[in-house]
Write a protein that binds this ligand. Structure first.
Ligand code: 4NP
Length: 161
């Protein structure tokens, strides 16, 4: 059986995309379909990677996940590579700027894999960026909306049962 391979992407891979990675893992696990997925997250930048070692999830993001009973233990920032384009079926950016940076790294999106996470919601937009606002609740809420919409899309199109 082949997995549905999903890569969530943001600038640093310490706030938004790890929240998306672990919310999505939690959702598919609660629906009993975790074994149909391979889910990960990555950065467009190397801001949070030092000598090849990525920083852990930013503490306020970790706390927001913990509030909802979700652990992100062991996750460290990694940068998206050109090879990831072939490794994933869906490469989901958190904001429009991520999409531009993803395309700079992977090249042309010839298979239409690169999307905004909230493109799968009824209200396509950027995920709220908590970096300057400190508002991790809004980020969490937007991510849940996006992941629910994405799962609805997969179910509706019979890509997952
Ligand atoms: P993220 O948050 O992209 O949601 O992981 C940020 C992380 C690092 C920086 C900005 C945003 N930075 O400027 O280093």
């Amino acid at each position: 059986m082949s997995y549905i391979r999903v890569l969530f992407v943001c600038l640093g891979n310490i706030c938004r995309s790890p929240i998306a990675e672990f919310v999505m893992k939690d959702m598919v696990s609660k629906r009993g379909i975790a074994d149909k997925f391979y889910i990960a997250s990555a950065a467009t930048s190397t801001e949070e990677i030092w000598n090849g070692i990525g920083n852990p999830v930013y503490p306020p993001a970790r706390k927001e996940l913990a509030k909802h009973g979700i652990s992100c233990e062991g996750k460290r920032a990694v940068q998206i590579t050109k090879a990831d384009y072939g490794k994933y079926d869906y490469i989901l950016g958190m904001e429009q700027r991520n999409i531009r940076n993803i395309l700079r790294i992977v090249g042309m999106d010839s298979e239409g894999k690169v999307k905004l996470l909230l493109d799968y919601s009824d209200d396509p937009r950027d995920i709220a960026d908590p970096w300057y606002t400190g508002d991790f609740e809004s980020t969490y809420r937007d991510v849940v909306e996006g992941c629910e919409g994405f799962l609805r899309y997969l179910e509706k199109n019979k890509l997952v049962q």
